[in-house]
Design a protein around this ligand. Structure first.
Ligand code: NAI
Length: 341
């Protein structure tokens, strides 16, 4: 490999476009060399706009391009497992958006494939760990600022404005349900901060403004209560009906203090004073809230390849979070406490 990593990306939608832009323009140590999507217009448009040398509508064709060093996967979740396995087999380093697959079996297949190619860098898009605030919280916990963490409380709430598109997505059978789709990042953060795997979970949920979620056995808003192996606790609220915008909040309560992240999901420093009072605008979605984290995680992937090291987020993080996500789903569907071990 030259001193730059040549990347081919598959999936050029909401998140794929953002990743493509970061790879093409914001990280000097890599080049966006190929783009791939089943939608030909998306491929042509990006090639022309940014002067990308190679464009594909067939993923297998992109994998034949031996100029590439790494494959970046931002296609819909149902394709991740197969595309990860194929890319590793073809000799590439791989970054995949979450989740590893739609089912636990797929996540375990990916784990096997990653273990079969130990010389390749594999990274999963748990970008919150690279957000400056979440990373700082981890450092504070490690340096004992809150004593021993005892309980984590997480809110993952999508904006009500996007309810129609969530409903379409939920109906598509590709989402895995509220807990796997929405809470997966929180489940990973909880494992990371509490330093333990989940032992048992009880989850409930319902549909309050849009009964259609009930009809597809999913929830508009849900809550899960988890006990971890080291006896710490987690409370997870996931929802699709947040009136004020995209609200991601985390609290870690320790024996000597508490850390809160994102309690008011403020978009910027502006406060508008008018006849309604003092108004702070909130984030409207994941792209604006985690803009920095999406860039930082890709920088880490590229630096890992160039420096011959592995990222802190591993395939096991993906597998364990998926196991917990499925346990939440099972508990929500059966109404029973689910034990993970
Ligand atoms: P999207 O639907 O906006 O874009 C999907 C892209 O993949 C489109 O360009 C589409 O044409 C292309 N595509 C579809 N089938 C394909 C195939 N078989 N081969 C190649 N390309 C194909 O989806 P979005 O929202 O960008 O999500 C993509 C992935 O990113 C999902 O797995 C999702 O779970 C994950 N995601 C992760 C987030 C995070 O915070 N880490 C946030 C949002 C999404």
């Amino acid at each position: 490999m030259a001193n730059k990593v040549k990347v081919g990306i598959v999936g050029l939608g909401r998140l794929g476009y953002q990743h493509a832009e970061n790879i093409a323009f914001r990280i000097p140590q890599c080049d966006l060399t190929a783009v791939c999507s089943i939608v030909e217009n998306e491929v042509k448009e990006l090639q022309e706009r940014w002067g990308i040398p190679y464009g594909y509508t067939d993923y297998d064709e992109m994998l034949k391009n031996k100029e590439l060093d790494a494959i970046f996967i931002a296609s819909p979740s149902g394709f991740h497992c197969e595309q990860i396995k194929k890319a590793l087999k073809a000799g590439f380093h791989v970054f995949s958006e979450k989740p590893l697959g739609l089912y636990l079996e797929e996540a375990l297949e990916v784990q096997k494939a990653v273990e079969a190619y130990p010389d390749k860098v594999f990274m999963l898009g748990f970008m919150r760990r690279y957000d400056h605030s979440y990373a700082a919280a981890k450092r504070k916990i490690e340096s004992g600022d809150i004593g021993h963490p005892v309980l984590i409380r997480c809110y993952g709430l999508d904006p009500a404005k996007q309810m129609d598109s969530f409903l379409t997505f939920a109906k598509s059978n590709y989402s895995g349900g509220l807990f796997l789709d929405m809470a997966i990042h929180d489940l990973d953060l909880a494992r990371w901060y509490l330093g333990s795997e989940a032992k048992e979970v009880w989850a409930i949920g319902g549909s309050y403004s849009r009964p259609e979620f009930d009809e597809i056995n999913d929830a508009e808003t849900g809550a899960a209560m988890v006990r971890f192996e080291n006896n710490t606790m987690g409370l997870f609220v996931a929802g699709r009906n947040s009136a004020h915008g995209y609200h991601i909040e985390t609290e870690i309560i320790g024996t000597k203090g508490t850390i809160r992240i994102g309690t008011i999901p403020e978009k910027n420093q502006i406060i508008l004073f008018n006849e309604s009072g003092a108004i702070k605008e909130c984030y409207d979605g994941f792209l604006s809230r985690f803009e920095q984290a999406y860039l930082s995680e890709v920088e880490e992937f590229i630096h890992c390849i160039l420096e011959g090291r592995k990222p802190a987020v591993t395939v096991y993080d993906g597998v364990e979070s998926t196991k917990l996500g499925y346990a939440c789903k099972e508990s929500f569907e059966t109404g029973k406490l689910v034990k993970l071990i």
